[in-house]
Design a protein around this ligand. Structure first.
Ligand SMILES: [Zn+2]
Length: 182
């Protein structure tokens, strides 16, 4: 859309004279629904694959991987880290919805490369409570992909752990680089 580049929300998501950023999304949805045709699919991903990726705004999973509507499950969080909650989603994905392959995608320039576990301690100092979750910051993105693959492969809850592959997406070139598990 030609106006997307000039869009610049204010501090509270307000756009002068145009409502908030969420208002903009809701309006876009109304246009989307106008042309939407029910694809008649059930909830099981066509390609039987689950993709676990960072939430980074520069990573368009469907375009980057040639995926179509209904092809895959996408599970995203800060870093694309395999947390307990990601294992929860993968377990449901495999046992209830038939996926068999797992693709893990981290990327260059990830925000987690700039954080440390000090983030938790700073939070505790600020709000008087330490979060129960780990920041899962990392220094070496390749190594973090290997750790994520290992967490998936060793999970006792998953049915399918033989086809688990990990990649680093280069935000400058758009290319994936595969990481060896070893
Ligand atoms: Zn990231």
């Amino acid at each position: 859309m030609s106006t997307s580049r000039s869009f610049s929300p204010g501090p509270n998501g307000a756009i002068s004279g145009q409502g908030t950023v969420t208002d903009r999304l809701v309006e876009a949805n109304q246009r989307y629904a106008t042309d939407f045709v029910d694809p008649g699919m059930d909830a099981r991903p066509v390609l039987k694959v689950a993709v676990v990726a960072c939430m980074d705004a520069r990573l368009d999973l469907h375009d980057a991987l040639g995926l179509e509507l209904g092809d895959c499950h996408t599970i995203r969080n800060a870093g694309g880290v395999v947390t307990d909650d990601v294992i929860r989603s993968l377990t449901i994905s495999q046992r209830a919805l038939g996926t068999q392959s797992v693709v893990l995608i981290h990327h260059t320039g990830c925000g987690l490369l700039t954080l440390t576990e000090d983030f938790r301690h700073e939070l505790e100092d600020e709000v008087g409570q330490r979060p129960a979750w780990a920041v899962e910051a990392f220094r070496d993105v390749d190594q973090d992909v290997r750790q994520s693959m290992a967490r998936v492969r060793t999970s006792p809850f998953l049915l399918h752990t033989d086809d688990v592959r990990g990649f680093v997406f280069d935000v400058k070139t758009g290319l994936l680089r595969e990481i060896d598990a070893a």
